[in-house]
Design a binder for this molecule. Structure first.
Ligand SMILES: [Fe+2]
Ligand SMILES: [Fe+2]
Length: 479
């Protein structure tokens, strides 16, 4: 078991006390982090006792350590997955060479950039979600929200550790800047678009953790392949935390769907488009759930950047960022002559075009992401099917509502029909949440804080967390 040392100000399994300079640098960063957490973390619950999971070791078994903690006292720290003996670079120009324990001089700038961009997303989502505690549909959900939030805070620590430990002064400046930017701020916004959007209510939160945290999974998976071993080990441990975030999203949407189809069946409503009657029961109709999927999927797809990318090609060739499950792919891992099919709009029609695989790495990662999303959506549809309702939730066409990449200058329906500007303006409320939809969903967001009780628009979970009974008081709210 690789234990985490909790005796120090900054819990860690990287022998921080053996590196005084680094320890001092991080201790200097620490108060700024706490200030950021207190001003931008969960609003109104910093004094509450939350039943949180804290890692005690980085082995899978070291995980299930639950207890009541006030969030500001959470043991954030620096945890790396165990080193793999004899690990080599798995792809690119340096394939087969020993993995680097220090940053190769010529790759300093691109590596720092990759780490800073990943790092920026972590505090951003905490900022986006900071008001949600006040409208939690149950104490169970509130706990899950806070668990996600403290872990995103720790992911920031993970990236800041790399910046401080390996990038000297520029690294420290980047680490400082991560505490300065703010989600949605006009003057100093977060780096990526989706992390400047609002997460105004719980349906958005569940969609965010399903679609946007899943982008995080795919970025971390490809960084976990890195030839820079400390980055690889950091990301491998972060992925174990990320899995829980996606569980919160997938099970959250599933419970919303469950409650809706149950209410429809109780009332004898068979038509899922009978929106008014369905809303009268205080549940979220399936077409509206579909609209939120459309929105969150499309903004999350933007996070993969342009389909064709020289930056991505360079990062691969340098051995900094690999492909999803690189080690399971059967090819030369250098992509000298290979091709990859990329969906393109050619003369007004969608066509798969073979492109050099090295330049199409973003497209490939996004394709892997879409497959992963589809598996979850299938499980949501099972719930609808089981209830005997005729409706299928669908991931929209990849060209729908895009701001990045080759589809950003066209309008397409979720089915992939191309529209002109006028038709798009006229019809977009059919596919994206309208202000009426937002008002309706907002109207449902009332806090339920009685242990074991759930808001009327969401079903109780089948099992709670850490085998606790359903009426367990997951958050002891400080008054
Ligand atoms: Fe994260
Ligand atoms: Fe996450």
């Amino acid at each position: 078991m690789q234990q985490i040392n909790y005796d120090e100000l900054i819990p860690n399994n990287v022998n921080l006390s053996g590196d005084r300079r680094l320890q001092r640098a991080l201790e200097k960063w620490h108060p700024g982090y706490i200030d950021w957490w207190m001003s931008m973390g969960p609003d109104g619950f910093q004094a509450s006792q939350v039943y949180l999971r804290t890692a005690v070791s980085v082995d899978p078994k070291g995980w299930a350590n639950f207890g009541f903690v006030k969030m500001p006292d959470y043991r954030w720290g620096i945890f790396l997955a165990p080193a793999e003996e004899g690990r080599t670079v798995g792809f690119g120009r340096h394939k087969g060479e020993p993995a680097w324990q220090e940053v190769p001089g010529e790759y300093r700038a691109p590596l720092r950039r990759l780490i800073s961009i990943q790092g920026d997303t972590e505090p951003a989502s905490v900022e986006q979600q900071r008001h949600l505690g006040k409208t939690a549909p149950s104490l169970y959900d509130m706990r899950n929200l806070f668990q996600v939030n403290v872990e995103e805070g720790r992911h920031l620590w993970a990236m800041v550790y790399l910046l401080h430990a390996y990038f000297g002064r520029d690294g420290r400046e980047e680490a400082e800047a991560l505490l300065q930017r703010r989600s949605g701020d006009e003057d100093k916004p977060r780096v990526l678009g989706a992390f400047n959007e609002d997460t105004p209510h719980w349906l958005a939160f569940f969609m965010f953790t399903f679609f946007t945290d899943r982008d995080g999974k795919f970025q971390l998976e490809s960084l976990a392949q890195s030839g820079f071993d400390p980055l690889s080990r950091t990301c491998r441990f972060m992925l174990t935390e990320e899995a829980h975030h996606m569980f919160v999203g997938e099970s959250g949407v599933m419970r919303v769907v469950q409650r809706t189809v149950d209410a429809m069946n109780e009332a004898g409503i068979t038509d899922p488009h009978d929106v008014n009657r369905i809303r009268e029961m205080g549940v979220i109709d399936l077409p509206t759930i579909q609209k939120y999927m459309n929105f969150h999927f499309s903004v999350s797809a933007d996070l993969f950047g342009s389909e064709m990318s020289t930056n991505a090609a360079n990062a691969y060739t340098m051995g900094l960022k690999g492909r999803y499950k690189e080690e399971k792919i059967d090819d030369d891992h250098q992509l000298h002559d290979s091709v990859y099919p990329v969906l393109k709009l050619v003369d007004g029609e969608f066509r798969w075009v073979e492109e050099p695989a090295l330049n199409a790495l973003n497209a490939r990662l996004r394709d892997d992401y879409v497959k992963d999303c589809a598996a979850g959506v299938k499980r949501w549809n099972k719930v609808i099917e089981k209830a005997g309702i005729e409706f299928t939730l669908e991931i929209p066409h990849i060209a729908f509502n895009r701001q990045m990449g080759q589809f950003s200058d066209v309008h397409a329906t979720p089915k992939g029909d191309i529209l002109d500007d006028a038709a798009w303006e006229q019809r977009k409320d059919e596919w994206l949440p309208s202000s009426d939809d937002e008002t309706y969903v907002h109207s449902l967001m009332k806090a339920v804080t009685e242990p074991g009780e759930y808001a009327g628009w969401i079903a109780a979970p089948k099992v709670a967390i850490d085998s606790k009974p359903g009426d367990f008081e997951f958050v002891r709210i400080a008054s």
